[in-house]
Design a protein around this ligand. Structure first.
Ligand code: GAP
Length: 451
């Protein structure tokens, strides 16, 4: 097995198999913006579902929320985003390109042969200026200062401003968490690397409110929980690491931040961040809104909880899963590209295939099995083309198992099940396929690519 995965191969497979398309293509495209096709949607649903299961459904201490994208503009003053959510920006008056001042050595000048900005005599760079990453919009009919609002750049603030509601209505006491999944928007100056850095992405964030003295314990706890979640869904240990930020690297609100990094084809980069935000957010919103956001116990004990926050986007997880899963091998003198995805992350759990698409009997049996399984699983029926080609297609979208109806099925009501990774085939009774699939989905899974 090879690990010759590049971002270009992932982009090409995603497009070829209908996971992700460049957006607005018929109008010439809109750089670094993407639309999700059928398999991309199914895979995103799985990522969302697995996260929600681990963070909310399987726990007693975390509740969900779904806040608005456009919040009161004062939210972003209180959070520090209006004043501080900026990148230093430099323009080149010659090539008209825009660069991040702190990333010049990673940027390419618009002129050929390509150099870094400022390295050719023609480069004419402006002084750095601060550029706010929030997308502005106006609310209502009047386009005036008073109607200015922002698309949220993180989902977290929608959680903090609902702290009191949850405390009262869900009757929680620290430690407890509020989780949210939803779109966030950032006018990134240098988007790129496929879905890794985009301007519109879906965040999954959880704010865990704890007694201040316990904050460090919970910070470590959430780093471990989240790393274990990635391991559970098959990301290889050798490609995962935790990197703690130094004090100079931390955000204004942070008392401690660790990045869970994955070794993407672009190098080790942040997959998810886990931060100890202290009491910064609740204190700021108390001050700006004049609403006290604190915990008051029955015995009169009162304090502003500290917040531990694991935050990630579906996009970064999707790229990590695809990269980790991508494999090429030669089987029987033919090249095979396969996505070795965890079965619970794969867009399609099983394919149902009649060996001969023109056999009415095989089609009838296969369709009946498909109709039965589709009520509980994401399954696909395919009778189009040679069986080898159908297997290859399923391999490329990462389908872990294929059930094939053949001549023997017509005699004894058994089917073969083919394993995507080992290519092993076994026979089982058609009536037992549903149960077999349930069991197989619950088995521990490790990437066949190794550790
Ligand atoms: N509430 C904290 C927060 O938003 P962040 O480190 O700016 O912190 C959290 O973002 C996570 O959101 C990142 O770890 C990454 O997974 C994802 N993310 C941030 N910017 C992104 C972008 N432009 N495109 C895709 N994902 C992004």
């Amino acid at each position: 097995m090879s690990d010759a995965v590049t971002m270009d191969k992932i982009v090409s497979l995603s497009r070829r198999r209908g996971f992700v398309f460049p957006s607005s293509e018929i109008y010439g495209g809109m750089g670094s913006t993407f639309d999700y096709g059928h398999y991309g949607v199914l895979m995103k649903n799985n990522i969302r579902e697995r996260w929600f299961e681990a963070m909310v459904r399987n726990r007693d201490d975390i509740v969900a929320i779904d806040s608005a994208v456009i919040l009161h503009p004062k939210v972003w003053e209180a959070s520090g985003h209006v004043a501080g959510f900026t990148d230093p920006l430099i323009d080149c008056r010659t090539c008209k390109l825009r660069f991040r001042a702190d990333k010049l050595e990673d940027s390419s000048c618009g002129r050929k042969p390509s150099k870094h900005p400022g390295e050719t005599p023609e480069c004419d760079l402006t002084e750095p200026r601060r550029f706010n990453l929030m997308f502005e919009t106006t609310v209502g009919a009047l386009q005036e200062e008073a109607s200015r609002a922002y698309l949220r750049p993180e989902t977290a603030q929608g959680i903090f401003i609902n702290f009191k509601n949850v405390l009262q209505i869900a009757r929680r006491k620290p430690p407890f968490g509020i989780a949210q999944i939803g779109k966030s928007f950032r006018n990134e100056i240098t988007p790129g690397n496929f879905l890794f850095r985009v301007r519109e992405f879906e965040q999954m964030e959880m704010e865990y409110f704890v007694p201040p003295n316990d904050a460090d314990k919970w910070y470590r706890y959430w780093i471990d929980e989240r790393v274990n979640w990635y391991r559970h869904y098959g990301l290889r240990d050798s490609k995962l690491r935790v990197r703690e930020h130094g004090p100079e690297e931390r955000s204004h609100y942070s008392r401690g931040t660790s990045d869970i990094e994955y070794e993407y084809p672009i190098g080790w980069s942040e997959l998810e961040g886990v931060a100890n935000r202290g009491d910064f957010d609740l204190t700021q919103h108390t001050e700006y809104s004049s609403t006290k956001l604190e915990y008051v116990g029955q015995d009169g004990e009162r304090y502003v909880p500290y917040v531990i926050e694991p935050a990630v986007s579906i996009e970064r997880i999707m790229v990590a899963l695809l990269v980790d899963a991508y494999d090429e091998e030669v089987v029987g003198e033919r090249d095979r590209t396969v996505l070795r995805l965890h079965p619970k992350m794969a867009p399609v759990t099983a394919a149902i295939l009649p060996l001969i698409g023109k056999s009415d009997d095989m089609v009838a049996k296969a369709r009946s099995l498909y109709e039965d399984l589709r009520r509980r699983h994401s399954v696909e029926y395919d009778d189009n083309g040679a069986i080898g080609r159908r297997y290859r297609r399923q391999d490329e979208i990462g389908t872990p198992w294929a059930f094939t109806v053949d001549e023997q099925t017509l005699e004894d009501d058994t089917v073969t099940v083919r394993d995507r990774d080992s290519l092993a085939q076994e026979r089982l009774p058609i009536a037992g396929v549903g149960g077999w699939l349930e069991d197989a989905l619950e088995r521990d899974w490790k990437s066949p690519k190794g550790d």
